[in-house]
Design a protein around this ligand. Structure first.
Ligand code: SAH
Ligand code: SF4
Length: 370
């Protein structure tokens, strides 16, 4: 619930509307974890709310996997822990995960840090899930293997962020924090909840949308809707391009048969970019399939044709059980990067994070690998 929904609730209970702002302040800014701790509300009102079954809470972190590189992968409990609908969703945090200039995971190859002390949280990236599983069925992605289990609510999406902020004692405003909606699921197939979460995180929690990036596999109606969002709420946009042309893309991403590259580009052009904002194209390098220098030249032509300020984030494919692709050798990655950059395209290589704990791009699957 946002401040206005909380205000409406207060009015319903015969209270002044500004009590709603007090509640929002306590829940989202001070991040109190229990109704009884909201001391700005009179005790009888707290009692009344509790009596009516209202709760203040957030998803609980049920399990933590820690990578040697400091990345943490969480299984976060959604729904009541024992009741029906009890499920976990995956969220990842990457301390200093943002050496790139944009906070969208773009990253020049750098040293892998092992320091996870509190100060690393002065800079971190949290990767958030929008659905449990995913229906889009990209052939190279482990999350696809789950199918779509269910959509997450706005509260469950924003709650992942708050749970991680709490775990690390992050102070909004002091610590530099980036969010990427690049976890499990396709955000634009759960649009209302996804944007509802963004609104909560911007207006109530106090995070900046310019430090948020949403990635989509190319859901055209979603991109068109996104283009209508006001600048003060709109995260940056990343498109999972992943192939140099429709033929190859169709083989990797069945969604391309519904919305081909050109229709995605047309939709992207409707987004009114902020000054200095660029659209990111993610590109997964699959050995022998998408990693050839000729592909790089094709990608360069493709992104130039958009006429937009763009950059390309290369992601070397991360392996997963039961997926029959292979990682490109380092020389192929470097040759691709150099070719694309040589064509004048801003190119970044995303550093793989948390591969050893299945936390890297495309590896999120609700399992408990040891
Ligand atoms: N569903 C959204 C957001 C989550 S996926 C989307 O597809 O854009 C985030 C990124 O991880 C996407 O760019 C996707 O192409 C990439 N990805 C998926 N599986 C991967 C894998 N096994 N290795 C590397 N990147 C992968
Ligand atoms: Fe879904 Fe994204 Fe994985 Fe494709 S890459 S299956 S859209 S999570």
């Amino acid at each position: 619930m946002d401040a206005s929904a909380l205000a409406a609730l207060m009015v319903e209970l015969g209270q002044p509307a500004w009590r709603g702002s007090q509640l929002a302040e306590a829940i989202y800014r001070q991040r109190v974890a229990d109704l009884s701790e909201i001391t700005t509300l009179p005790k009888p009102l707290r009692g009344k709310l509790a009596g009516e079954g209202w709760e203040v809470g957030r998803p609980q972190i049920a399990q933590v996997f820690r990578s040697v590189d400091g990345t943490e992968r969480y299984l976060i409990q959604c729904g009541s822990p024992n009741g029906a609908g009890a499920e976990t969703v995956e969220t990842v945090s990457m301390p200093e995960g943002d050496d790139g200039e944009a906070g969208d995971g773009s990253d020049l190859v750098g040293q892998v840090g092992t320091d996870s002390s509190e100060k690393t949280w002065q800079r971190a990236t949290i990767c958030v899930s929008s659905q449990i599983g995913c229906a889009v069925n990209c052939q190279f992605c482990l999350t696809a293997k789950l199918g779509l289990q269910r959509n997450l609510s706005a509260g469950e999406i924003a709650g992942q962020v708050v749970a991680v902020l709490d775990r690390h004692g992050v102070e909004v405003g002091r610590d530099r924090l980036n969010l990427v909606f690049m976890g499990m699921g396709e955000p634009f197939l759960n649009y209302t909840s996804f944007m509802g979460a963004v609104r909560l995180l911007v207006r109530e929690v106090g995070l900046s949308p310019q430090r948020m990036t949403v990635s989509t596999s190319g859901i055209v109606p979603g991109i068109e809707r996104f283009a209508q969002e006001p600048a003060e709420l709109r995260p940056k946009l990343a498109i999972s391009l992943n192939a140099p042309n429709d033929l190859i893309r169709e083989g990797l991403m069945p969604i391309n048969r519904k919305w081909d590259i050109e229709s995605v580009m047309d939709a992207v052009r409707q987004v009114k970019l902020r000054p200095r904002e660029r659209v990111t194209f993610e590109y997964v390098l699959l050995s022998g399939v998408t990693d050839q220098p000729a592909h790089a030249r094709e990608v360069a032509r493709l992104v130039r044709r958009t006429g937009l300020p763009v950059k390309v984030n290369l992601i070397a494919w991360n392996p997963g059980p039961g997926i029959a692709y292979s990682m490109p050798p380092p020389e192929a990655i470097e040759a691709f990067r150099a070719t694309l950059a040589g064509e004048g395209v801003a190119t970044y290589l995303r550093r793989p994070r948390g591969r050893d704990i299945y936390a890297a791009c495309g590896q999120l699957k609700r399992t408990v690998e040891s």
